[in-house]
Design a protein. Structure first.
Length: 173
């Protein structure tokens, strides 16, 4: 058995969230000089959106999801949330979002990695040509991005005893 298989669901969630936070902090530094909005694909309960708002107080942040589950204080204004199936909302989003995004964070996974694979590849293919030069795409699933460079996941500081969770980082040259 692997370590991941022997950890509790709580331990896995802590590792995932700690890795996610550390990588978002790293990404914010890396895209600081790149113009463009931030996209949160998979708003969920708004935890990551809330963190992105702290990291990027002066940028537009757009969120995408099937429906809103986040409390009002953890989501963007209605004009910055695009609701519906990602396959329908991502392709035309360029008109609403405008500038190419400096950072795209895709937290689209469920506990069924197999079921998520096709959606992750769709998100990667939809976002790869839209990313700003030097921009980053981070996700909890392998998005197999053609047109982007798969970057080594950077070593980021995690709390003691927390092993890094698998995360995928892509960049535009």
């Amino acid at each position: 058995m692997t370590k991941m298989e022997t950890e509790s669901r709580l331990e896995r969630m802590i590792a995932r969230l700690a890795t996610q936070r550390a990588l978002l902090d790293w990404a914010a530094e890396r895209v600081a000089g790149i113009d463009g909005p931030v996209l949160e694909i998979g708003l969920g309960k708004g935890r990551t959106y809330s963190h992105l708002r702290r990291l990027f107080p002066d940028r537009e942040i757009w969120a995408f999801d099937h429906e809103v589950h986040a409390p009002a204080h953890s989501r963007p204004a209605p004009g910055r949330i695009l609701l519906g199936d990602f396959r329908e909302t991502l392709p035309p989003c360029r008109a609403e979002v405008g500038a190419p995004p400096a950072l795209v964070h895709a937290d689209i996974g469920t506990e069924s990695r197999r079921a998520d694979a096709a959606l992750a590849h769709f998100v990667g293919s939809a976002m790869a040509p839209r990313l700003a030069p030097g921009g980053l795409l981070l996700g909890d699933r392998d998005m197999g991005c053609t047109g982007l460079i798969r970057l080594e996941t950077p070593a980021v500081a995690l709390p003691e005893g927390i092993a890094p969770w698998p995360y995928f980082v892509y960049g535009r040259a």
